[in-house]
Write a protein that binds this ligand. Structure first.
Ligand SMILES: [Zn+2]
Length: 279
């Protein structure tokens, strides 16, 4: 049997607003509802940021706590992944929700440019976030915006600094960072296969490239991410009606390449995460 493909849905992010697409869930209640539909459509990981009432990005642990509680109730078994990507300039508050012990949290291990700012991840902050994840039993998903981030993730994991199984996400198509490039993508995969054969990898593309990277990752045997955080359109002229719609088109690609869509149980097994408590 071919390996199941884990679909992650990045529901909200820190940039897209209702003005860009009214389907972007920004309140905790909207996030829970949107995630439940994405879960039913085949997503087994939810990647979440939280927002303030005015839609600006927030690091408020109370909002994360309410979100986690609602997700556990309405999406039992789904893997909950909180973002520590956070806001420009923010330091340790980016990890303020880690004591809530979500299954996973995103972790950036190096710096790079974003569309209009430097995405700053100094070594001491990376070490602190990784250590706090270890203390709370949180498996990182390393966000690799560059080749050096993949190599750094492998090194940190080998040194025992990353909790659990190594899981690296290739992010391509962020303006001013690594573009969507087939040769680079193939080299990323080769680096993972040669140097971290026991690890798992996934890939995410930004904007119109979301579907391109979904297809490359699914065809190559990796896992993949979709959702309104990375892309608000379903095609060039049409806004995506929901996170679930983006999950469905990813699931259709899995079918095209005869990859079963991973259930939450399979996804937990593949990523070495604890099984969810029986609901
Ligand atoms: Zn994110």
């Amino acid at each position: 049997m071919t390996k199941p493909c884990i679909i992650c849905c990045a529901i909200t992010g820190s940039v897209a607003r209702k003005e860009n697409n009214p389907a972007v869930p920004t309140t905790v209640d909207e996030q829970i509802e949107s995630t439940q539909a994405a879960f039913e459509a085949g997503a087994s990981i939810v990647h979440a940021h939280v927002r303030n009432d005015d839609q600006t990005p927030s690091s408020d642990p109370d909002r994360f706590a309410r979100l986690k509680e609602g997700l556990e109730k309405h999406c039992p078994g789904m893997i909950i992944q909180f973002s520590t990507g956070g806001r420009s300039g923010a330091g340790q508050e980016r990890g303020g929700m880690l004591p809530l012990a979500p299954d996973m949290a995103s972790l950036s291990v190096g710096s790079n440019n974003f569309p209009s700012r430097v995405y700053e991840n100094p070594p001491d902050l990376v070490d602190w976030l990784a250590a706090t994840m270890r203390e709370n039993g949180v498996t990182p998903e390393v966000e690799a915006f560059d080749l050096s981030h993949i190599l750094q993730a492998i090194r940190l994991h080998r040194d025992g600094k990353l909790y659990g199984k190594l899981y690296v996400q290739f992010v391509m198509g962020v303006k001013n960072a690594m573009p969507v490039d087939r040769e680079v993508f193939d080299f990323y995969r080769k680096v993972m296969e040669d140097r971290a054969p026991d690890a798992e990898w996934c890939a995410a593309g930004i904007g119109a490239n979301q579907i391109v990277i979904n297809e490359w990752a699914i065809a190559a045997g990796g896992h993949t991410r979709t959702g309104l955080e990375d892309n608000v359109r379903i095609d060039r002229n049409t806004l995506a009606p929901s996170n679930a719609a983006l999950v469905r088109r990813t699931a259709e690609l899995c079918e095209k390449y005869e990859r079963p869509v991973a259930t939450w149980q399979q996804a937990r097994d593949i990523l070495g995460l604890k099984s969810a408590p029986a609901m």
